[in-house]
Design a protein around this ligand. Structure first.
Ligand code: MN
Ligand code: MN
Length: 463
């Protein structure tokens, strides 16, 4: 970048040779399959474990000791994964950590979700994460998740993804009767309580004249086909997600649309990087966490002790001794990339973005120095020194990058897991591709940005 006047990142498609562009297309194809097949944190976790085991990663708890070159992983409640390759340098000199999240905005089912209104059966939902509610009506929806019976039996559900499956649906009011609705604010046109998912319409054929025969028929069907009884919804993690496949966008196929790029695009790149990290100098790790979209709370979120606990166990097996001081040293000396997406500049909504400080689709991975809102509140900020180090590494190796802020000052904002990693006193910077339509049921990413994100992550782990 130094030979240019000022800072003006070029379009990455112009900077990358044809063979590199082809690699970007190939990576996007693998990724498209991955996100089409894995739409929930549990599904991503179980696929991640498959991929890790295939490359020789072993369960941390089954290792007696750890030495250079060992590849291990650890899973938290089927919804969080830590993978690590032990490096050449001693652990106390720190790790190279990629952290990203595998939960995405969606509609969760309420604990007593099934009801009937005017001979239609619905599942009531409670949305998860920041969504524009009006975007979730009149699109095909799928139901994913797990129910656990009171004797511990698990029932896995994944309905709406195969061509022969039914899908589910949330209605909207026809335009002909929408004079009142159309005058409402967009945040009120569709409310949270309106997000009821249509799941049945054929009443039970029997002779007694009880009400709610459609609900009764759905319950019968659930019992026969899936062994699900009405009370089982109480102990369930059921998620309603868009039934869309990832698809190429544009005549030139340069973009990829999918549900949940935020943040499976970074998670996939991080996973791939840790799988490919060859004899890293520092121990190289990828941490895929849950619950980022609702504040990183809970036993599987970044605020839980899972990560710290696993590092303690790694230290115990690596040094054959453990002390709190060793743990604090390892964490303090670790350098991290918080892999998360940023807002891509959308020319149709230009008023919300700063033209000079936004990320643009097609200009590579975004280094986000700080996030937050209202005067950087709630952000961790990468230091000049750490930004300089990362910038130098990317420049030296021809990885294309840009910078970005989430919109104009005081237009809004957001946060990532960076601040929780920074609590360990480690250096951390947010870096990932920019998206258009972030948090919509179908988001847009540039394939060349995904490719540069993956290159940046691999480089970071190996240096
Ligand atoms: Mn995110
Ligand atoms: Mn998000």
């Amino acid at each position: 970048m130094s030979e240019k006047k000022g800072f003006n990142p070029k379009n990455a498609w112009l900077e990358m040779e044809e063979d590199e562009q082809q690699e970007a297309f190939n990576l996007s194809e693998e990724y498209a399959k991955f996100i089409t097949e894995n739409k929930t944190e549990r599904e991503v976790t179980s696929r991640a474990v498959e991929m890790l085991e295939k490359e020789g990663f072993e369960k941390l708890e089954e290792m007696d000791d750890l030495k250079q070159g060992d590849k291990i992983y650890s899973v938290n409640r089927e919804r969080e994964v830590l993978a690590l390759v032990v490096g050449k340098e001693p652990l106390t000199s720190g790790m190279r950590l990629l952290g990203s999240h595998i939960d995405s905005p969606r509609l969760d089912l309420k604990p007593n979700p099934l009801n009937e209104k005017s001979e239609l059966a619905f599942l009531e939902s409670h949305y998860y994460g920041g969504i524009k509610k009006y975007q979730w009506v009149t699109i095909p929806l799928a139901l994913h998740g797990v129910l656990v019976k009171d004797d511990g039996t698990r029932i896995e559900v994944n309905i709406g993804e195969n061509k022969e499956d039914p899908v589910f649906y949330i209605t909207d009011l026809l335009i002909h009767l929408s004079r009142d609705q159309m005058k409402k604010k967009m945040s009120e046109g569709i409310t949270g309580e309106k997000l009821n998912v249509v799941v049945g319409s054929i009443p039970l054929q029997d002779d007694n004249d009880e009400n709610e025969k459609v609900k009764a028929a759905v319950l019968d069907l659930l019992s026969e086909k899936y062994n699900i009884e009405g009370e089982d919804f109480v102990s369930a993690d059921l998620e309603v997600v868009p039934a869309f496949e990832a698809r190429d966008v544009g005549f030139d196929r340069g973009l990829l649309a999918a549900y949940g790029h935020d943040d499976r695009v970074c998670s996939y790149a991080a996973l791939k990087a840790v799988l490919e990290a060859e004899r890293p100098r520092y121990s190289a790790a990828a941490l895929l966490v849950d619950k980022e979209e609702i504040g990183s709370m809970g036993s599987t979120g970044m605020k839980s002790r899972f990560f710290e606990n696993q590092v303690a166990e790694i230290i115990d097996k690596y040094y054959d001794e453990y002390s709190d001081l060793l743990l604090r040293k390892v964490l303090r000396n670790t350098e991290a990339i918080s892999g998360d997406v940023n807002a891509g500049y959308d020319p149709d909504f230009s008023g919300q973005y700063s033209e000079t400080n936004s990320a643009y689709l097609g200009k590579g991975i975004v280094l986000t120095k700080y996030t937050g809102a209202r005067g950087k509140s709630g952000a961790s900020e990468a230091s000049a020194e750490f930004m300089g180090k990362i910038r130098g590494l990317l420049n030296e190796n021809g990885v294309l990058w840009q910078i970005g802020e989430i919109g104009k000052v005081d237009k809004g904002g957001g946060g990532t897991i960076a601040q929780f990693l920074a609590n360990y006193s480690m250096d951390v910077v947010d870096a990932g591709p920019p998206l258009l339509s972030m948090h919509a049921p179908y988001e847009l990413v540039s394939k060349i940005d995904l490719y540069n994100t993956y290159l940046a992550y691999l480089l970071f782990l190996e240096n």
